[in-house]
Design a protein around this ligand. Structure first.
Ligand SMILES: [Zn+2]
Length: 276
C-alpha cells in the first residue's frame, strides 16, 4: 500500500508519495565498490537514544526506530547495544563508544555538558533528523556537531541529494541519489568547520534563490570525538531504504574511527527490493 502524507504546517506543499523500492542492481552497484568489512572488528558499545514520538503516522517515529535498529545492529559482529529514552544517563554515556540520537533535540546546558564530556573522551556521535534541533544555545551545540538547527524552514518531498563521493562514507555512490524525505535550513554555525557530504538545492536564498543546503556532514570537534549528522529521517520509509541505511551505517562506523564498511551488510538486511 502506498502511503500519502499531507503536511498541514505548509499548505502550499503538495502531498508526498511513498517512494518505490530500489532495485537490487542500483544498490549492488554501490556495494560492490566498497572495501571489505574488517575481519576482526574491535568490540563496540553502541547506545541508541530515542525520544517521545511527534508528528503523524510513519513520521518521526523515534521509538519504532529504536525497536527495529537495536536488533538490526546487534546482528553485526562484536557489538553490544544499549538503549536510552528520552536521554542517556551519565553512566550509559560513560559506557558507550557511539551514541546515536533520533529524537527532537533539546540540547540544553545539561545535555550539552554530557555530550561534551562524551566527545572529549573520544565518543562518537550521530544525530538523525530533528536531533539537530536545539532549544538551548545553538552555537554551543554547533561546537559539538558542526551546525545546529533552531527550527526554521523545511520542505517535505522528493530530494535529489547531491553527494561528494570522495569521502569513505559516500564512496561508490553516484553523484545524485533521489530520496523522499525532508531537508532543513538555515543552520547556525560555520559550514567551513564541517565536511559536507550531501546537499539539496532549495529556495533558501533571498528572492527564492536556489542554494545548496547541507543534508549530510561530518565534524571533528577540537576536544575530540567525531560527529556524523544526517538530516534525513522524517519518514519511517527512509529507514527501509538500503542506500539511506548505507550512508547512516557508514556514518556510524566513521564516528567510531572504525573502517566505514563495518556495518555495510546491515544496509540490505530485511529490505524489500523492486521486482526485477
Ligand atoms: Zn521531519
Amino acid at each position: 500500500m502506498l502511503l500519502v502524507h499531507f503536511t498541514w504546517a505548509r499548505s502550499a506543499e503538495p502531498p508526498v508519495v511513498q517512494p518505490l523500492p530500489r532495485t537490487r542492481t542500483e544498490v549492488d552497484a554501490v556495494l560492490k565498490l566498497a572495501a571489505l568489512p574488517p575481519a576482526n572488528p574491535r568490540a563496540l558499545r553502541i547506545l541508541l537514544v530515542a525520544g517521545p514520538k511527534d508528528h503523524g503516522k510513519g513520521e518521526h517515529d523515534y521509538p519504532a526506530w529504536q525497536q527495529a535498529w537495536a536488533p538490526l545492529i546487534a546482528k553485526s559482529p562484536a557489538v553490544s547495544i544499549d538503549t536510552a529514552f528520552p536521554f542517556p544517563t551519565a553512566e550509559q554515556l560513560a559506557a558507550a563508544d557511539l551514541a546515536v540520537f533520533y529524537l527532537r533535540g533539546k540540547w540544553d546546558a545539561v545535555q550539552l555538558d554530557a555530550l561534551e564530556k562524551f566527545q572529549n573522551r573520544g565518543g562518537g556521535v550521530v544525530t538523525i533528523h530533528w536531533a539537530i534541533g536545539v532549544t538551548g544555545p545553538p552555537l554551543k551545540f554547533a561546537e559539538r556537531v558542526g551546525l545546529a538547527y533552531p527550527a526554521a524552514k523545511y520542505r517535505h518531498g522528493i530530494v535529489d541529494l547531491k553527494l561528494a563521493t570522495d569521502h569513505p562514507i559516500t564512496r561508490g555512490f553516484p553523484a545524485n541519489v533521489r530520496f523522499t524525505d525532508e531537508p532543513y535550513w538555515p543552520f547556525v554555525g560555520d559550514t567551513a568547520r564541517v565536511r559536507v557530504l550531501g546537499t539539496s538545492d532549495e529556495k533558501a536564498g533571498s528572492g527564492d534563490a536556489i542554494l545548496p543546503i547541507p543534508v549530510l556532514w561530518t565534524h571533528e570537534p577540537a576536544g575530540g570525538g567525531r560527529a556524523f549528522v544526517c538530516i534525513f529521517g522524517h519518514y519511517s520509509w527512509t529507514f527501509d531504504d538500503p542506500l539511506f541505511r548505507l550512508l547512516l551505517l557508514r556514518g556510524m562506523a566513521w564516528a567510531t574511527r572504525e573502517p566505514v564498511t563495518r556495518f555495510d551488510a546491515l544496509a540490505t538486511d530485511g529490505v524489500k527490493f523492486a521486482e526485477p
